[in-house]
Design a protein around this ligand. Structure first.
Ligand code: AMP
Length: 414
């Protein structure tokens, strides 16, 4: 049995989990979560939220001036009696699994981190300037806290999408731009889509080769993925996570000519326009109120706010368009599978996305739909539907822990 520390490092936030697992446990879904939580506002008086095996959240604060201090604090806490993990020394942490956002073209699966891998991740900084530097600092901080002998594994958000065919990942722009600058669609949320697809095939007892589904990860970031033969054959995010579905603050698909036009009309630089598309668009941009779907639904219902209604409508319409596109791409599918904060908790949004897909054989069973909230998993289409609808909560951390054990132990990926 291995105790794996899973780290997901953002700009000022560190999400973590300790999972105890091995080959037998992962096969039977008996992995044990010893502790999970997050550290926010690193760099000042940090807010630490912890959930032990009982699942109850406890919050505390500590002055953590940088990521290295935060990881050091975390490792000391996890191995203290107060944590309730049962771990008593640093040597009880056997490996570290890192979420790394961009693996470029090089990384097609999870890998053990050595010097060459570190350099290769550095090389992809250009492709993911907002994310990969944090991930690299997380790797350095874990090494400082646990020593160089503890194996560390990188699990890439892009890796699952490496099975996309050329005609799906290339943009119709001059080909030398791909050769010279690696301009192509990479796709993100891969760990999530893979986790959802794996869980769905476990629940439906299908072999991997028979998995033909459309997964919708609808959280603050949103993406859709067409999965055929168990592999990603297309996904809605592209060169960056900006492309595709409407998201909390991101526009998703737009006409590229808009960049220059908006810059000229608003007196902005191109990086400022890009920031506008990333941070002030999507649900927030349309509604002018919030990026939080819960609040938008409440506004639309309680005050019949026109722009809140519009934001929800555009969000659902775009998602349905992608489902249509992927049904065409795969020649049909067996199920649409919802996940992410919105996908797992909002029967209303799921219904609105599925409404109008009756032609494709999808009929929502309202009671089943209403029951699927708060982490519950299951099917919410009628038994006669030829295209099923499911909710399968995503569990990226668990997948990272399992991949870490597989890589360290030399096991084949599931
Ligand atoms: P995530 O990034 O996966 O944590 O998802 C965050 C998103 O989930 C936010 O936009 C929340 O508004 C949304 N969300 C969480 N609970 C609900 C809910 N009950 N109804 C609608 N949206 C929700």
């Amino acid at each position: 049995m291995m105790n794996v520390l899973v780290l997901n490092v953002g700009s000022a936030t560190l999400k973590f989990q300790v999972v105890a697992t091995d080959a037998d446990r992962m096969r039977d879904d008996r992995d044990v979560r010893l502790i999970r939580g997050q550290i926010e506002r690193i760099g000042g008086e940090s807010v630490i939220t912890l959930r032990g095996a009982d699942g109850i959240a406890r919050t505390r604060t500590a002055p953590l001036r940088d990521l290295r201090t935060a990881v050091e604090w975390l490792v000391a806490f996890i191995t203290s009696p107060e944590s309730g993990t049962g771990l008593t020394s640093r040597s009880d942490l056997h490996a570290v699994g890192h979420r790394v956002v961009h693996g470029g073209e090089q990384f097609q699966r999870s890998v053990a981190i050595d010097r060459a891998v570190l350099h290769a991740i550095e090389d992809t900084i250009e492709l993911a300037p907002l994310h990969n530097p944090h991930n690299l600092r997380g790797i350095e901080a874990a090494r400082a806290a646990l020593g160089a002998t503890v194996p560390q594994v990188a699990v890439f958000d892009t890796a699952f999408h490496h099975s996309m065919p050329e005609y799906a990942y290339l943009y119709a722009i001059p080909y030398p731009l791909y050769r010279r600058h690696k301009v192509r669609r990479y796709g993100f949320h891969g760990t999530s889509h893979r986790s959802i697809a794996y869980r769905w095939r476990t629940l439906t007892a299908r072999p991997r080769a028979d998995v033909r589904i459309i997964t919708l990860h609808l959280g603050n970031g949103c993406s859709a993925c067409a999965i055929a033969g168990g592999e990603s054959i297309d996904t809605s995010m592209g060169f960056t996570p900006l492309e595709g579905l409407v998201m909390g603050t991101r526009s998703g698909d737009i006409d590229a000519a808009l960049l220059d036009y908006i810059a000229a009309k608003e007196g902005l630089t191109l990086p400022q326009v890009e920031a506008l598309l990333n941070n002030q668009s999507g649900l927030l941009g349309i509604s002018g109120l919030t990026n939080d779907m819960r609040d938008l639904l409440a506004e639309a219902q309680e005050h019949d706010d026109r722009r809140a209604r519009l934001a929800i409508e555009i969000f659902c319409y775009r998602a349905r368009k992608y489902i249509g596109a992927y049904l065409a791409a795969m020649g049909g599918a067996d199920a649409i599978v919802f996940a992410g904060g919105i996908g797992e908790n909002s029967p209303e949004i799921r219904r609105r996305i599925c409404d109008g897909l009756q032609w494709a054989g999808l009929h929502v069973e309202p009671q089943a739909n209403a029951m699927l909230v708060d982490g519950r998993e299951g099917c919410f289409s009628t038994t006669t539907s030829t295209l099923a609808a499911w909710v399968v909560p995503t569990d990226e951390e668990l997948l990272i822990a399992r991949d870490t054990v597989r890589v360290v132990s030399g096991l084949e990926p599931a």
